[in-house]
Write a protein that binds this ligand. Structure first.
Ligand code: CP
Ligand code: NVA
Length: 307
């Protein structure tokens, strides 16, 4: 049966670790000598995107190339979808041409509909609800830098958005202490939070929802933030800038975490809003290593999902 990756919940801790092991092998091999493999020779990945992307699009395209396959970028507004063809019909047609779909959508329901009607794996390349490939890759980066994930404290400061939802699930699955700090009313998705709390309990992790950034970053090994205004929320821009103003990651806040804490951001950043230049460009920042690792982790995901 085909396997989709719409949510971090589609994986278990063993599968997460398997992705990390494979990603490490692929990264080491690529660093040694960049060569095209044959794992996915003759296979095609369709990238169906409703929103802009730099990292996710390019890393998936290069990943397919490095695995010997092909990729096809399909901007949703250039497909017949934009003229009213249903997601279901689109899924059935694409299933007859390509071997997997990575989709970036506004509504998570569109992904579910796409997956339901596809006979091939569907990968969430970001929806309003989750960004699982990002969280998996970020956990790989933490493991790479710190040598482990279990037992570490990650403090996410900012909007309880798609990135926060997936990070909370992945961190809980790996037995981390996850402190999610948002303004009141901007907490992560309630249903996913409930699931993450159960997972944290089973995996020996800890999950806290907080509203005070200073409390959240105390003893943190990792500080993570993301934009205050995600794609699709542009109309709330001014209101959000006001509400989130005390949730900026700056050198004062970073100074309250552990001395060797790392700073992470999925990027793109709105510099000097959610993070100051001195932090994102400073010695604690690992944001570009994070971007790079999306390539190897997505290669591993493609290798595992595409038969
Ligand atoms: N982090 C991330 O998904 O970036 P893009 O929007 O550039 O793909
Ligand atoms: N939360 C951001 C992440 C971008 C990669 C957004 O959805 O716009």
């Amino acid at each position: 049966m085909k396997k989709d990756l719409l949510s971090v919940l589609d994986l278990n801790p063993e599968e997460l670790k398997k992705i990390f092991e494979l990603a490490k092998v692929l990264k080491d091999e690529t660093k040694l000598k960049k060569k095209v493999r044959e794992d996915l020779k003759g296979k095609t990945l369709a990238l169906l995107f409703e929103k802009p992307s730099t990292r996710t699009r390019v890393s998936f395209e290069v990943a397919m190339y490095l695995l010997g396959g092909n990729s096809l970028y399909l901007s949703a507004n250039e497909l017949q979808l934009s003229r009213g063809e249903t997601i279901g019909d689109t899924a059935k047609v694409l299933s007859r041409y390509v071997d997997a779909i990575a989709a970036r959508v506004f509504s998570h329901d569109s992904l579910v509909e796409l997956a339901k009607n596809s006979s091939i794996p569907v990968i969430n390349a970001l929806s309003n609800l989750e960004h699982p490939c990002q969280a998996i890759s970020d956990m790989f980066t933490i493991q790479e830098i710190k040598g482990k994930t279990t037992g570490l404290k990650i403090a996410y400061v900012g909007d309880g958005n798609n990135v926060a939802n997936s990070l909370m699930l992945a961190g809980s699955m790996l037995g981390m202490e996850v402190a999610l700090c948002t303004p009141v009313g901007y907490e992560p998705n309630k249903e996913l939070l409930k699931k993450a709390l159960e997972i944290a309990d089973n995996q020996g992790g800890k999950l806290l929802i907080l509203h005070d950034p200073l409390e959240a970053v105390r003893e943190a090994d990792v500080i993570y933030t993301d934009v205050w205004v995600s794609m699709g929320f542009e109309r709330e821009r001014e209101e959000r800038r006001r509400i989130f103003s005390n949730y900026q990651v700056n050198s004062y806040l970073l100074g309250k975490a552990k001395e060797d804490a790392i700073f992470m951001h999925c990027l793109p950043a709105h510099r000097n809003e959610e993070v100051t230049d001195d932090v994102i460009d400073g010695p604690h920042s690992v944001v570009f290593q994070q971007s790079e690792n999306k390539l190897y982790v997505q290669e591993a995901i493609l290798k595992l999902l595409i038969p």
